[in-house]
Design a protein around this ligand. Structure first.
Ligand SMILES: Cc1ncc(C[n+]2csc(CCOP(=O)(O)OP(=O)(O)O)c2C)c(N)n1
Length: 608
């Protein structure tokens, strides 16, 4: 097999300059290797896992390389892909898949690590070889993990930053709901999110974390790929303390893997604290600069700016190491030490959600490692050949699996067997009647119509109504779900005492328990549509379809429209009712009602 390298049209000097100037989203000439070891993992103690991680790094990088330089591209238009973002996650995903994951667990993978997921699925026999050449081509592997379009096992679609990361929370809640309602629903395990650290800038993330039910979901695990780089830049401040505090305050278990075991051992040795203090107090950009420095410069850069006594203490720790050793030591981060990660995974509680902060280097093991402009950088052919040599494979024959008679081959086979998913029975929804026999008054508000519709549905089509679940962001009563709630009750995972059950003046019965068919959210429209979308996947995930209806004040649909359309792309089917729409309830004024049509925005367009 030969890669069609160099198939793009030749550029003369001027054109090349234009490309640099106008396509800053691709780094055309990536930085040099600078004598760094091209290793996916840091410590190299867990031989089989490390070997698999290296192959995963190789395959993921090659999938992108082939998309950009291995296919005919007559017009030379950018194809793209994110080798450095993928490299950052190769160790984390290898440790999770090959040492921890169970067949009942589900995982959301950060958008730019989709090649890592495909590489793992390929090693596990879940993806045929011919797909590996198709990333970002029509009908091929999707740019970002796609539950509906990719040919291999992808549990959650991601791509809209923050939305894919939070989807497992809503899937977990949906699974709890559907299991309460239909006890023969198949069991579920943990719901993992593997997210980028800059993803935590998204409001959707914090909107989800603050939801009061979320702190009770022990099946939620987030693993943050803390490479401290985003798309444009190195994250300027050290944020870890603030992030740890925010998760802890929300009731999460917080685990952190900052360093690998080799570096921990140096810290623990007499005087080693001096090196730890230096690394901990270093701003992110200074650390990144250290990663880009030639090994012979690292020693002096570590000492730069220290007063005499601090420099003396640090010298005592670092002087015994050669330049290569010290350069390798400062890269020994927890997110690349696979044994360390496996230990962290074993410490995860099941009675509250968990976040694991895994320190990583963006581009780990690639020539682009730690470079501030590496987000979309593509390795050159020469750099790919170096990586191939470091990975024990051949660039011209890139898609090698492990020999089944080797320890790595056996671990792949055992993992594939462990992750094999059981089939399940698929239930269907009874036929939805086209008419309910209800004639509305000539003039009636949309809110009154909705209330009447739900009430009639329960009488006319009880089997359909059994699968209806309503969701509302603190507007259940004003969107007129009161009658429905009185008949069906509120669902909450743990149930709650109804202190007003003996109050005769009460019109709305607010009884929370495991049998309810309404889920009440806070004023959180993104949470609302994300949950509605996941409630709409229970049929395809566990064979128990639901008919989710989200009610919302209609002007606020706009706020939630993008996450809602993303949930459609991800395979979620839900109905959103915006009231009071049109001209009814005009007394609500411009802030409380709208007559704008949102329909044109609901067309999902995708090139691939
Ligand atoms: C809602 C949304 N905004 C912006 C983007 C564009 N985008 C894709 S990845 C990315 C940076 C992600 O950084 P991080 O999560 O830290 O991942 P990594 O650095 O590991 O690639 C941005 C801004 C997007 N996909 N979705």
């Amino acid at each position: 097999m030969t890669a069609a390298h160099g198939s793009q049209p030749p550029h003369d000097g001027d054109h090349e300059q234009d490309r640099h100037q106008f396509e800053t989203s691709i780094q055309v000439s990536p930085p040099g290797t600078n004598d760094r070891p091209l290793r996916a993992s840091a410590s190299g103690e867990d031989r089989v896992l490390d070997e698999i991680a290296q192959r995963v790094l190789w395959l993921a990088t090659s999938i992108i390389d082939r998309a950009n330089r291995g296919r005919e591209n007559p017009d030379g238009v950018k194809v793209g892909g994110h080798q450095s973002s993928s490299a950052s996650m190769a160790g984390i995903m290898t440790a999770l898949w090959f040492a921890r994951l169970r067949s009942i667990d589900r995982v959301s993978v950060k958008p730019h690590a989709s090649p890592v997921l495909h590489a793992i699925n390929y090693l596990l026999g879940d993806l045929a070889e011919h797909h590996l050449d198709t990333l970002r081509s029509r009908g091929g592997l999707q740019p970002y993990p796609s539950r509906t379009k990719d040919p291999d096992t992808v549990d959650f679609s991601t791509g809209s930053v923050g939305i894919g990361a939070t989807a497992p929370i809503w899937a977990a809640l949906s699974h709890r709901y559907v299991s309460d309602r239909f006890p023969d629903t198949p069991r579920a395990g943990r719901f993992y999110s593997l997210l980028g650290d800059a993803e935590m800038d998204e409001g959707a993330v914090w909107e989800a974390i603050i939801d009061p039910e979320v702190r009770t979901l022990g099946e939620i695990v987030w693993i943050v790929d803390l490479n401290r780089q985003s798309l444009d830049r190195v994250i300027p401040d050290v944020q870890i303390k603030r992030l740890q505090g925010m998760f802890a305050a929300a009731g999460w278990q917080v685990l952190t893997c900052p360093w690998g075991r080799r570096l921990e051992a140096v810290f623990a040795a007499p005087g080693g604290q001096a090196l730890k203090d230096r690394l901990v107090s270093m701003p992110n950009p200074e650390y990144q600069r250290l990663l880009r420095a030639h090994p012979t410069e690292v020693h002096d850069r570590l000492l730069a700016g220290l007063d005499e006594s601090a420099a003396t203490a640090l010298r005592a720790v670092i002087d015994p190491f050669s330049p290569d050793e010290i350069a390798s030591l400062i890269r020994d981060l927890g997110g690349h030490d696979l044994g360390q990660l496996v230990e962290a995974f074993e410490a995860i509680d099941d009675d509250r959600p968990t976040v694991v902060f895994a320190y990583t280097i963006k581009g780990k093991g690639l020539a682009t490692e730690g470079h501030p402009g590496n987000h979309a950088a593509q390795l050159t052919e020469a750099q790919m050949r170096d990586l191939a040599a470091a990975s024990g494979v051949d660039l011209d024959d890139p898609w090698v699996r492990f020999d089944p008679d080797t320890p790595a081959g056996r671990l792949c086979a055992q993992t594939a067997e462990r992750l094999r998913r059981e089939g399940h029975e698929t239930h269907t929804v009874a036929e939805v009647p086209a008419e309910l026999g209800f004639s509305p008054r000539p003039t009636i508000s949309t809110q009154a119509t909705l209330g009447r519709f739900l009430s009639d549905l329960k009488h006319v089509a009880p089997e359909v109504a059994r699968r209806v679940v309503t969701v509302s962001p603190d507007v259940a009563t004003s969107t007129n779900l009161g009658g429905w709630i009185n008949k069906t009750g509120i669902w909450s995972p743990a149930g709650r005492e109804d202190w007003f059950s003996d109050d005769r003046e009460r019109v709305l019965k607010w009884q929370e328990g495991s049998r309810g068919q309404h889920i009440e959210m806070g004023i959180a429209e993104v949470n609302l549509v994300s949950l509605a979308g996941e409630l709409g996947t229970t049929g395809s995930r566990w064979g128990q379809p639901l008919l989710p209806i989200a009610t919302i004040y209609d002007p606020f649909i706009n706020r939630a429209l993008e996450p809602w359309t993303f949930s459609l792309y991800a395979g979620g089917r839900s109905i959103m009712v915006g009231t009071p729409s049109g001209v009814t309830l005009a007394p609500e004024g411009g802030a409380g009602r709208t007559s704008r049509s949102t329909r044109p925005r609901l067309l999902w367009r995708s090139r691939a």
